[in-house]
Design a binder for this molecule. Sequence first.
Ligand SMILES: NC(=O)c1ccc[n+]([C@@H]2O[C@H](COP(=O)([O-])OP(=O)(O)OC[C@H]3O[C@@H](n4cnc5c(N)ncnc54)[C@H](OP(=O)(O)O)[C@@H]3O)[C@@H](O)[C@H]2O)c1
Length: 270
Amino acid sequence: MELELAGRTALVTGGSSGFGRAVALRLATEGAHVALVARGEANLRAAADEVARAGATARGTGAGRVLPLAADVTDDAAMTAAVAQATRDLGPIDLLLVNAGGPPAGNFADLDLAAWEAAYRLTIESAVRLCRLVAPGMMERRRGRIVCITSVSVRQPVENLMLSSVLRPAVQALVRTLALEAAPFGVTVNAVAPGFHLTSAVERLITRKQEQTGATREEVLAGWTREIPLGRLGEADELAALIVFLMSGPAGYITGQSITSDGGWVRGTF
Ligand SMILES: NC(=O)c1ccc[n+]([C@@H]2O[C@H](COP(=O)([O-])OP(=O)(O)OC[C@H]3O[C@@H](n4cnc5c(N)ncnc54)[C@H](OP(=O)(O)O)[C@@H]3O)[C@@H](O)[C@H]2O)c1
């Protein structure tokens, strides 16, 4: 299938690892220009080199350009500058992936108001900021795709993930509502809701669980996969394939949706 992504400009936040990196790799192999945002400069540079190599291998001289931008999605001035630089160096942004680290784990009793406020800034405010910076230009040019990464917690609360289970549904509501306003301009806005996928974030969770319980890596994984009908965790690239499709030309009639990728974990009928 021709995805019509060659020559498009993408801004991928949380781009140095996990889902963001996997999306950037796929976009580069499709010939898109890719700006990657993350905080840690060393990982960001390594990911940008890898993405540039993937583009060159797939496209040769037709490869897109790759731009690493060290910035924190919760920092207004830094993100405003990052979007401006991406636009200056690569062209107006056609494709936006809204993504970063997730809010910390914890039950209600563990979380003070400062934790709630930080999670609000990371999860909702950063998504609003990115959409404010990018969506008006897309609407003016009558072209654009926005995809937000949320979590299965938008469908069903996840044990010990109070902040995610309360705040991610607000991101989904933003997606649904902004999709209505962007639709007359041909701009689509969607979300993907991942269950457990093997990324560095989940590797860190596995290590923490091992330290807390003394279980082996295999025992921790077995505890999770028992609840997953497909019997395994997902790969980052499996979610990336879905995201890149939602960013593609052929996905132009899909908007306001939340698509779950969880191996069947959520038991709801819809
Ligand atoms: N993996 C899963 O199974 C799973 C399931 C459900 C939901 N999710 C959600 O999906 C998102 C991505 O997860 P992942 O597994 O891909 O995580 P990951 O491998 O840890 O990657 C997170 C990326 O975001 C960047 N990042 C984190 N905080 C940032 C900030 N404040 N500003 C800019 N960049 C930031 C990280 O780089 P720096 O740290 O250097 O900034 C890194 O590039 C998270 O919100 C996570 O909660 C993941």
